[in-house]
Design a protein around this ligand. Structure first.
Ligand code: G6Q
Length: 551
């Protein structure tokens, strides 16, 4: 037994689970007419309603006790103060410093990192403004019309998700493209209609060694040289964001166009740094500042609000409740804002790469389950696809619903119809439909008793399916910044409770190593035999088929 599962709060939760597992949320709402106000919180224009969860005051009491038992308040301070809480890599974790609005020094290895952060941000802004105002000129003195961000994982998903989310706030005569896949189709499809004279590349890679990114970057460079016949002007079309300045220079990027990353910011937490260059180019520096400000306000909320009123803490505790006591394996992220269509993919990385771990901070195997499988889709699209399982499947899938009160253009006919779905779904998931209700419905439709008997079981919905709703006024940069930061902190809190390091990613490193070693085996047509029979079989099939095509 671990310290966590032996703790009195954990045991109290296990006991409490047996007492409440069959209680229906209908009953909880009937018993407490003020349930919504008891279980909802606000941060600026964000309303977080968690009343449609299978919790009582006792549940929340035990969960909060659990947070105190693991010393959560002390961990929050460690995070903000830059203690090396990424223990396997001996690094501080300071994405919060990237959006700091004050001047109080943040010390890493004896040095205040704030001046450097600000200086780098200023460089990013200057470059972005030159492109936005068409002062940046390419080799033939034309303005840039297309920016291609080449990166993967943390150097891709954050900038892409935010750029898409803030499309209404972007310059629409400047196209931002994202290339991540090493499959040539991705870069080739992207470059097909672009002109090298008006294209600017951002090679976004913290290490500047990631195979996918470097292969794509090389293809981009070749495309540029092939089209223009020389590489003399490459500097005017390639920028880089990296902590490996040397390799970026060797690639051909001019020193003044290389932007820095630091080892105290992890890839999946880095959109606030120069990795966000594509975002700044899209939305401009003032709105990027608003994004940072929104995140900063969420940071302040997280750092200074008592745990029971602290949105990311409550989000995290609910996750623990379902994951560790109800045995829920997954969690759905369901934005009802079209511009958030990449948010589930972004969160998938943020959450699963952070908390998909089975070894604790002391190097031992955990005896409880950790991070859930995160999946999701635009809510409306999901309704016509996998919501069937949410309503009537045999698995418990807690869901977060995100929706705006109004849109940028706000056509009432669209928006009301959209929101009627949001409200109806959360209500239906919570209430379900009883046998009596289903019977009455079928009767009113004119079915006879025989037909009703046949159909009735299929028309019953158990309900009691938890959802939490995040309603925000509109998806502007500040609100988006806050929402992202709330989720980042939720992930951190869960990592603290599970006693795992949320900030390393050995599973990702493994993929990088394995691909590199097999790459060498694909250079010739010789059959391989050093792997298991399946891997040998797959590699040899691939080689044979390619040889047949003379490839
Ligand atoms: C993120 C991970 C991982 C990383 C990519 C790209 O937290 O570390 O997703 O961002 O593997 O790495 P580079 O930025 O070094 O190319």
């Amino acid at each position: 037994m671990s310290r966590l599962t032996e703790s009195s709060s954990w045991r109290a939760l296990a006991k409490h689970y047996h007492e409440v597992k069959d209680v229906h949320m209908r009953e909880l709402f009937d018993n407490d007419p003020n349930r919504f106000s008891h279980y909802s919180l606000e941060l600026n224009d964000i309303l977080y309603d968690y009343s449609k969860n299978r919790i009582t005051e006792t549940t929340i009491g035990h969960l909060l006790q659990l947070a105190y038992d693991v010393d959560l308040p002390a961990w929050i301070e460690k995070l903000f103060k830059g203690e090396p809480i990424n223990n396997t890599e001996h690094r501080a974790v300071l994405h919060t410093a990237l959006r700091e609005q004050g001047n109080k020094p943040i010390i890493v290895n004896g040095e205040n990192i704030l001046p450097e952060i600000k200086a780098e941000r200023e460089r990013v802004k200057q470059l972005a403004e030159k492109i936005r105002t068409r002062q940046w000129r390419g080799v033939t003195n034309q303005a840039i019309t297309d920016v291609v961000n080449i990166g993967i994982g943390g150097s891709h998903l954050g900038p892409m998700m935010v750029t898409e989310a803030l499309w209404s706030h972007s310059l629409h005569d400047l196209n931002i493209h994202f290339v991540s896949n090493i499959d040539e189709n991705h870069i080739n499809d992207t470059l097909e209609n672009l002109s090298p004279e008006t294209t600017l590349f951002i090679i976004a890679s913290k290490t500047f060694t990631t195979q996918d990114t470097m292969v794509n970057a090389e293809t981009a460079r070749q495309w540029y040289i092939n089209k223009l016949g020389n590489d003399e002007s490459i500097e005017r079309h390639f920028t880089a964001v990296t902590s490996n300045v040397k390799l970026a220079k060797e690639f051909g990027v001019a020193a003044e166009n290389i932007f820095k990353m630091w080892d105290w910011v992890g890839g999946r937490y880095s959109l606030w740094s120069a990795i966000g260059l594509a975002i700044v180019i899209a939305i401009g520096s003032e709105q990027f500042d608003e994004l940072l400000e929104g995140a900063y306000e969420a940071d302040q909320h997280f750092r200074h609000t008592p745990l029971e009123k602290n949105i990311p803490v409550i989000m995290a505790l609910l996750g623990i409740w379902y994951n560790n006591f109800f045995g829920a394996q997954s969690m759905a992220i369901l934005p009802y804002d079209q511009h958030l269509h990449r948010f589930p993919a972004y969160l998938q990385q943020a959450d699963m790469e952070s908390n998909g771990k089975y070894i604790n901070r002391q190097g031992q195997e955990v005896d409880y389950t950790t991070g859930p499988v995160i999946f999701g889709e635009i809510g409306i699209a999901g309704q016509h696809a996998f919501f069937q399982l949410l309503h009537q499947g045999t698995k418990l899938v807690p869901a977060d619903i995100l929706a705006p009160v109004y849109n940028f253009r706000c056509i009432a006919r669209h928006h009301r119809a959209l929101m009627s779905n949001v409200f109806a779904q959360t209500e239906a998931l919570m209430r379900g439909k009883t046998r009596q209700e289903a019977y009455a419905e079928l009767k009113s439709e004119g079915l006879d008793e025989k037909q009703i008997k046949q159909l009735l079981p299929y028309k019953v919905f158990p309900g009691n399916r938890p959802t939490s709703s995040l309603l925000f006024d509109t998806l502007d940069p500040k609100t988006l910044g806050s929402i992202i930061a709330l989720y980042e902190h939720k992930i951190f809190v869960q990592g603290v409770i599970w006693n795992i390091n949320s900030f390393d990613q050995w599973g990702v490193e493994l993929g990088k190593q394995l691909a590199t070693s097999i790459l060498g085996e694909l250079n010739d047509a010789e059959p391989v035999c050093l792997h298991d029979s399946s891997t040998n079989g797959l590699i040899n099939h691939y080689k044979r088929r390619r040889a047949r095509e003379n490839l």
